[in-house]
Design a protein around this ligand. Sequence first.
Ligand SMILES: NC(=O)c1ccc[n+]([C@@H]2O[C@H](COP(=O)([O-])OP(=O)(O)OC[C@H]3O[C@@H](n4cnc5c(N)ncnc54)[C@H](OP(=O)(O)O)[C@@H]3O)[C@@H](O)[C@H]2O)c1
Length: 253
Amino acid sequence: MGHVLVTGASAGIGEALARAFVARGDHVTVVARRVDRLQALAAELGERVSVIAADLSSSAEADRMFAAASSSRPVDVLVNNAGVQIVASVGRTDPDAADALLAVDLGVPLRLIHRALPGMLERKRGAIVNVASMAALSPVPGMLWYNAAKGGLANASESLRGELRGTGVNVVTVYPGPVHTDMGTKGLAAYKPTLAARLTPWGDTTTLARRVVSAVASGSARVIYPRPYWVSLFANNLSRWVSLRAAPPLQEG
Ligand SMILES: NC(=O)c1ccc[n+]([C@@H]2O[C@H](COP(=O)([O-])OP(=O)(O)OC[C@H]3O[C@@H](n4cnc5c(N)ncnc54)[C@H](OP(=O)(O)O)[C@@H]3O)[C@@H](O)[C@H]2O)c1
């Protein structure tokens, strides 16, 4: 089994991913700012977990983190999962927080791909997992910067898969719909509780993590979860239309 680097593993989907890769027998390096939570996870999961504290809104921190993670063993699987979300109208969004979002959700993931790829290409094996969002396929009003970042990450990820065909390095793009985590709960609370909001299918972190691990093992191109959201891939114009028309208004309005 290999060495998996999971960013944003102190909570939610990243924590579930760390658990799932450890269960598969991998060594997992977990990264986030809340080091106490990472240490608690490592204490629970045992020797096969290494902890690195880093603020991934900073390129320099990301470089330092990657150098530390790969110093004792090469990174076989890079999981770009760390993310932040801002649900607010454009005028009420702090532009500095928006810049930080673009760094964490888009700029730094691409930088980490740039760091991880040479070693993977040299060894002719590896995988890069990019946790995008359904917002990349069907953007939801009220999240300008998040939609931009996740759309950018998903497009980059899909194109990278083509660029790396035949190299032995796989790329998996993950499109979660709403999943029960802190981010999911806060995002929902920012919208008015309309019927459409109540009918939205939700998923759980454990099932999503299991699907991501299977996709890495099988070399699949993408994970779309929960399943009803597959319609967004095959009927994208329709799903974009529904998303723009049926999205609940923001609470702030
Ligand atoms: N939950 C959903 O409904 C949903 C839907 C679609 C896509 N996603 C995507 O799935 C990924 C995980 O989201 P989640 O729902 O699990 O969110 P979450 O529970 O809020 O966890 C976010 C993780 O990202 C880390 N993170 C945030 N800012 C960071 C920074 N500056 N430096 C380092 N780490 C940072 C957090 O760690 P610290 O705070 O400790 O640094 C935490 O571990 C994100 O990319 C998100 O956009 C989530």
